[in-house]
Design a protein. Sequence first.
Length: 105
Amino acid sequence: MAEADRCSFEAIQFNPKACSIQSTRGAVLVVSERVEEGMKLLQKSLKWTREPENRAWSLCYLTLGEHRLGRTQKRKELLETARGLDPECPVLDRIFRELSGGKEV
């Protein structure tokens, strides 16, 4: 996690408007318990990203953020939207496990 934090920080300093970098940095922050800061970047990336796979990925980590903030209704909506956009999203199962109490992200 320390390396992901360092690399995503450096990447966003280099290219702060890149959606993929914003979503990666946002995910790292959410996982690192800097939830609100990470969610802001994820939401920002969603405004400009149109690819369903990328949107689903960001929505998964927004779901995790909502979960960690205790907002159960919003997390259900986000997770269903992510699943609808990309049922094969590689992080769907990991996020679902944490929501179910299996703490793996």
